[in-house]
Design a protein around this ligand. Structure first.
Ligand code: NAD
Length: 480
């Protein structure tokens, strides 16, 4: 059986404790590899390696670092097929999706930050005719990057690319549920000429290996993407140690559909926003507010679109949805569907597990599910489900739609569908959300600030924001 080993100081190592976690293919339910169960000891060794590598890595010019990171990007592209297959098997997502989105985005993340560092500027301030201030930005040292399972290599590289580009050395942990592509990336980085110790990848459980990264006194910053309650745990540890923290957390994203839209075309896009990647994207719309004037027509069109989201073997090109990431996660999603019914919800489509024939008979598949009749204050409309489940809620006024949309503790992403440009701006400004898409969803420009408000996170990733997070500014004031 394949052993997913730690990558420390340029080499692959078994965990010090000799323990392994089983890694399951969610489309079959079968164990297909073993993941290092790392402890604080493994993390300490990784931090030592990262510390030793920091002086020389941070002393390289931006151009020299850029060249190496561009080579990593290029090699990710060359390994598109094997990385996409690994991602699909590890996560359960359709292979075509991993090939079209996850891996190309990992390649772009590396290339984006590799080139962004060639174009950044610092500022200077003239105070008076005898005084000038100028600002320098320096890398922090060793930083920790912790990522989730839903977009494994995509989000892993979204963190390590700016950290490395800015001159830091990294100890990173992918999710224990989807460690495979980070493991493959380690070899790619070595082959691309990334010096030993600059990137160290440790595997294991969050409360053990992840917590040890957060607790390590020499890790200067933590960039974390994952659940809101995990973010709170990390903040409790890191805040008194005065570490820099970037927290990208959960969401309960509203989709608002006004009465002036093209019903069929919009229903197609709204279904895509709800069910892409099995609804396991932090940005998926999970509460669909629909103008009462088109409610019946829109819901009929949406149900038809949801039913076109064929669930099947992730390796088959015809499968629009694959398996959920784990049995535990599937059970959580099914529990929320049951809860919705207890809360008075009516299932419009889906609402059940799907058992496939053949190779995937033991897989964790759930039908795309739409529910109506649940009040905005119900638990299914307040708590993150993170699966192929969305509720549909009618509204009679813009104010009512906004009140419902803003009624959760989350504020990550929203989408608004209307042909009225004034309303689009007005509603976008009033939404409590870090990201608002108008007549679109998941259109990403890597230069834009990315992150949430309220319990969806602290700080922003993307573009210059990420480079700011991974550097410390220093003002130098000179009088002459
Ligand atoms: P999670 O919080 O369970 O785990 C995320 C990562 O943190 C994993 O690597 C895990 O091992 C680690 N971890 C867990 N406990 C830890 C601890 N005590 N200390 C340090 N590390 C710890 O989240 P998940 O289930 O992997 O991912 C799903 C969640 O991620 C959802 O809530 C989703 O909305 C969120 N998410 C947010 C974004 C965003 O950009 N805001 C993007 C993707 C996913």
């Amino acid at each position: 059986m394949l052993h997913i080993r730690n990558y420390i100081n340029g080499g692959f190592h078994d965990p010090v404790g000799g323990e392994w976690i089983t890694n399951v293919d969610p489309s079959t339910g079968e164990t297909y590899s073993l993941v290092a169960r790392s402890s604080a000891q493994d993390v300490a060794i990784a931090v030592d390696a990262a510390r030793a590598a920091f002086p020389s890595w941070s002393a390289l010019t931006a151009q020299q670092r850029s060249k190496i990171l561009l080579a990593v990007s290029q090699k990710i592209g060359e390994h598109l097929d094997d990385l996409a297959l690994a991602e699909s098997v590890d996560n359960g997502k359709p292979l075509w999706l991993a090939k079209a989105v996850d891996i190309p985005r990992a390649e772009s993340n590396m290339a984006f930050f590799a080139t962004e560092i060639l174009h950044t500027e610092t500022s200077a301030h003239h105070t008076d005719e005898h005084t000038i201030n100028y600002t320098v930005r320096s890398p922090l040292g060793v930083v920790g990057c912790i990522s989730p399972w839903n977009l494994p290599l995509y989000l892993f590289t979204w963190k390590i690319a700016p950290a490395l580009a800015a001159g830091n050395t990294v100890v990173a942990k992918p999710s224990e549920l989807t460690p495979m592509t980070a493991f493959l990336l380690a070899q790619i980085c070595s082959d691309a000429g990334l010096p030993s110790g600059v990137l160290n990848i440790v595997h294991g459980y969050g409360h053990e290996c992840g917590a040890a990264i957060v607790e390590h006194p020499l890790v200067k910053a933590i960039s974390f993407t994952g659940g809101t309650s995990t973010g709170a745990t990390i903040a409790r540890t890191a805040a008194p140690m005065f570490k820099k923290l970037s927290l990208e957390l959960g969401g309960k994203n509203p989709t608002i559909v006004f009465g002036d839209v093209d019903v069929e075309a919009t229903a197609k896009q709204v279904a895509r926003a709800s069910f892409t990647n099995q609804g396991e994207i932090c940005l998926c719309g999970s509460r669909i507010f629909v103008d009462a004037s088109i409610y019946d027509r829109f819901v009929a069109a949406l149900v038809a679109e949801a039913e076109r989201f064929t669930v099947g073997d992730p390796l088959e090109p015809t499968s629009k949805m694959g398996a959920l990431v784990s049995q535990a996660h599937m059970e959580k999603v099914l529990d929320y569907i049951a809860l919705a019914q207890q809360e008075g919800g009516r299932i419009l489509t889906g609402g059940h597990r799907i058992t496939l024939q053949g190779r995937c008979a033991g897989g964790f598949f759930v039908a795309p599910t739409l529910i109506e009749g649940v009040d905005t204050s119900c638990r299914v409309n307040q708590e993150e489900i993170f699966g192929p489940v969305a509720t549909v809620i009618p509204f009679s006024s813009e104010d009512e739609a906004l009140a419902g949309a803003n009624s959760t503790m989350y504020g990550l992403a929203a989408s608004v569908w209307t042909n009225d440009v004034s309303r689009a701006h007005r509603v976008a400004h009033r939404l409590e959300s870090g990201i608002v898409w108008v007549n679109s969803w998941l259109v990403r420009d890597l230069r834009t600030p990315f992150g949430g408000v309220k319990s969806s996170g602290v700080g922003r990733e993307g573009g210059v924001e990420a480079l700011r997070f991974f550097t410390e500014p220093k003002n130098i004031c000179i009088q002459f």
